[in-house]
Design a binder for this molecule. Structure first.
Ligand code: P6P
Length: 325
């Protein structure tokens, strides 16, 4: 089906949108590397069942989680495309215990923290999954090492995620705006379909794992009860899919701390920070339930955090109850 009229392509956007806006040199190449990698990952995800590429590697990752074969494949793809962009200094990845220092560092090197395939346990049942990226810029003259990755989320220069669902959508947040680009199977590239995304003021949905309710502390149970009484539950069990719906339609995602996960379940550096940046740039908010996600000073590359994410007013109300307000 031909696309009616010309839609701005991602390449055109990153070239034109950032001219004269003091954007960071080379950032366009980093975004295009993410786009290139996501097109390859999307093909693998779509073909996985046919290529007998489903299932696990039999290994567990640094998180102690069973590694899906597509987790490893996706990680390898993005490390390759990012490294080849010529503007990356170091990569941190959920699937790789140590940072990947990219040879031949360039002056404007970027630091990318990524979850290459989030929600991969849903692949076998054809449920939407995603890739998540936080982007920082190394400090002038900095010699990157493992500690270079431990930057607070409020120092990100951009963030992006890709949702592999009924369509493949890349959402890009910079200091200027949040925009969505849909993969056009005919052209093979991403075209602008969601300009200047803002989280709607109306909040119809809440997303949380109600099965954890029994292990929440009392103030948090009360906060979830208030959400249940006011909104409709929508919970895919895939962070990117749940967040993308709430970003476009309005809603709140909550994975608070509980008795079994006192530090929370989701990861700060490559899940909460990037999606928190997207949410804030779209007029939303991201909290642990006690503090702003983007203000956390990281201690470890793979540290976890509780996450309350989405519509600003509802996040603030929920945090107030969790704090016992
Ligand atoms: P639960 C997927 O494994 C994931 O990391 C996120 O994508 C998702 O939001 C969360 O875990 C789901 O966790 O405990 O509800 O299965």
């Amino acid at each position: 089906m031909a696309v009616i009229g010309h839609r701005t392509t991602l390449q055109e956007f990153v070239t034109s949108d950032w001219e004269g806006n003091g954007q960071h040199d080379g950032l366009d190449a980093v975004i295009m590397a993410i786009a290139e990698g996501s097109i390859r990952v999307q093909r693998q995800v779509q073909q996985a069942s046919l290529a007998d590429a489903l299932g696990t590697t039999g290994e567990t990752n640094v998180q102690g989680e069973i590694v899906q074969r597509l987790d490893t494949a996706s990680s390898d793809i993005f490390v390759e495309t990012l490294s080849q962009s010529g503007h990356i200094a170091v990569i941190g990845c959920e699937e790789i215990e140590k940072p990947v220092i990219v040879e031949g560092l360039v002056a404007d090197g970027y630091i990318v923290l990524m979850d290459p395939l989030d929600g991969s346990s849903n692949i076998d049942v054809a449920v939407s999954i995603g890739s998540i990226f936080g982007i920082w810029q190394k400090k002038p003259g900095e010699t990157v090492n493992e500690d270079s990755l431990l930057r607070p989320g409020n120092e990100q220069v951009a963030a992006a995620y890709v949702v592999y669902g009924s369509s493949t959508v890349l959402v890009l947040a910079t200091k200027n705006n949040v925009c969505g680009f849909t993969l056009d199977s005919e052209s093979g590239g991403f075209a602008l379909t969601h300009p200047n995304i803002k989280i709607p003021a109306d909040c119809p949905y809440y997303s949380t794992n109600e099965g954890n309710n029994k292990v929440l502390d009392e103030p948090t149970q009360k906060a979830i009860t208030l959400l249940r009484d006011k909104y409709s539950q929508r919970y895919v069990g895939s962070l990117v899919a749940d967040f993308h719906r709430n970003l476009l339609k309005g809603g709140i995602f909550a994975y608070p701390a509980d008795q079994n996960r006192k530090e929370g379940r989701l990861r700060l550096m490559y899940e909460a920070n990037p999606l928190g940046y997207v949410a804030e740039q779209a007029g939303g908010a991201a909290s642990t339930g006690y503090e702003r996600i983007l203000d956390i000073i990281p201690q470890q590359l793979h540290q976890r955090t509780p996450l309350i994410l989405g519509n600003k007013d509802v996040v603030e109300q929920t945090v107030s109850v969790i704090k016992g307000g």
